[in-house]
Design a protein around this ligand. Structure first.
Ligand code: CP
Length: 311
């Protein structure tokens, strides 16, 4: 795998390899290991045109743990502010011989476009409403680690499905791994054709409760909604679609709770849900670091070295 642009690139065989290796890396990090030599001599550029805490930090940490040189470029502190285009920014960086460019951009298709203008591998760290493949990977690894098997498991994604690259990426990957995926949310936040995602549409919280082995809660993507005000309002959304302690008690006793973050306490979930033992939210972040170490090693063609180092 030279580039990672979308979740559809991840075959079940590739997922198995990523899963096995990521769990070993996660275990090594938990034991306190801080350094691997897998990417010595490689250079990773994190090029972020949108805010990020989890993705940017974990790619930076992943590169550093693997001994790569890591350079962070944020649009707000770069010559993009002076009018330089994305393509010229990538060509400029390419002149400095990076091996990997990790790109987050508000426009759908940006990673695919810049691929033509650099010799570096491109990892899509989120492009508009389109895709966030490493989030899909870390969600699938987290789910498999806790559910043991994804085949036949029922996963419901709740919230602003229309504007979510996480929903699109998760649905594609989880379905290819044999899970049944459903969506639930306000009709104003549903894609015009949910069937195009290949998912089932649930119509009430009772249906969600009866269906789900896991629920993935999503933030309302205000930055991608055209309207000045969201409908339903934030307060109405919290009442109608937010998860709280009482609703948590109505889910199946084994139902797991995930959220890609950033999350808004009091909107899509409340304190009782965040702090519940069924919440895997911070576990997802920990898994994300290991998954991104595996993905960086793969696109640099050094996965065998990483596997040897975590034996
Ligand atoms: N889940 C996710 O992409 O979070 P960040 O925006 O903080 O990177």
């Amino acid at each position: 795998m030279r580039d990672l642009i979308c979740a559809q690139q991840i075959t079940p065989e590739l997922f198995s390899e990523i899963y096995e290796t990521a769990l070993k890396v996660k275990e090594a990090l938990r034991r306190g290991r801080k350094k691997f030599s897998t990417l010595r001599g490689k250079c990773v550029v994190n090029l972020f045109f949108e805010p990020s805490t989890r993705t940017r930090t974990s790619f930076e940490k992943a590169g550093k743990f693997l001994s790569a040189d890591v350079i962070n470029v944020s649009a707000s502190a770069s010559s993009v502010k002076k009018g330089e285009s994305l393509i010229d920014t990538v060509r400029t960086l390419d002149s400095m011989h990076p091996d990997v460019i990790v790109l987050r951009h508000p426009c759908e298709g940006a990673p695919q476009t810049v691929k033509k203008f650099t010799r570096a591998s491109i990892i899509n760290a989120g492009d508009g409403r389109h895709q966030h493949p490493t989030q899909a990977l870390l969600d699938a690894v987290t789910l498999k680690e806790h559910l043991k098997e994804l085949k036949g498991k029922r996963i419901t994604i709740i919230g602003d499905i229309a504007n979510s690259r996480v929903a699109r990426s998760d649905a594609a990957l989880l379905k290819s791994l044999g899970a049944e995926v459903a969506v639930f949310g306000p009709s104003t936040m549903m894609p015009r054709y949910p069937e195009a995602l290949g998912v089932k549409k649930l119509n009430s919280f009772e249906e969600v409760a009866a269906f789900s082995d896991a629920v993935i809660l999503l933030r309302i993507q205000l930055e991608r909604q055209n309207a000045k005000k969201t409908f339903p309002s934030i307060r109405e959304y919290a009442t109608l679609f937010g998860l709280n302690g009482q609703k948590l008690a109505k889910l199946l006793p084994h139902t797991l709770i995930l959220h890609p973050g950033p999350f808004n306490r009091g909107v899509e979930l409340n304190n009782a849900v965040v702090e519940s033992p069924r919440s895997l939210i911070f576990n997802q972040v920990e898994t994300g670091l290991a998954v991104r170490m595996v993905v960086l090693s793969m696109v640099c063609n050094r996965i065998d070295q990483l596997k040897e180092e975590v034996q």
